[in-house]
Write a protein that binds this ligand. Sequence first.
Ligand SMILES: [Zn+2]
Length: 214
Amino acid sequence: MIRIAKSDNKPLSLTATNAYDGEDVKRQLLLDQQCKCYLCERKVSTDFQIDHLKSKQNHPESKTEWTNLLLSCSYCNPKKGNRFDGILNPIDNDIEDIIEQRINYASKAVVFKSNEESQEVQETISLLETIFNGGGVLKRVREEKFFEEIEAVMNRFNQLIDAYRYNPSKFTEEAVREELSIDKEMLGFKYWIIKKDEVLSQVFANDIIWNKTA
Ligand SMILES: [Zn+2]
């Protein structure tokens, strides 16, 4: 999960109608988020849903608020439901810096950590754990499929990193850089692989700060 650079371009249907799911809203969300779910950072095709950061059940007053709407996938959206209304707002927070995101391949689990103990951070971690680890010890079929998907993306990235380490050429460097571009999946996890490594964090320093405003 990373920061989202949301367009100020508020879709007209939000003010002209009482609906939050107009075609212009969907189009703008897909554009702003490069067709990625803001929670799992996988690409969505036709399975996208409009997520209310603060759920419409608990916060009906924010139902058509543009800054309350985010694009998510049909896997993550129901897992969030109306139980995680107090998570960090990815429009205002550098989630990729606040929460460490790492895969433990041996235990087939995803690890989220933060030095910050605020309620918002802890709730965000709790939601991410529900999404990525299935919320229990045993994964069900869908959770297993989900994990296999993210594992495949990260394996590919790790191979490119290994290729760069083995032979740090322009070509291998560009191959890694390409995987860090904003339209690519799982950037939160990729950023932390870079950040944790002294050499990589220097070479790719500018490739992991795309969304900072300053
Ligand atoms: Zn998702």
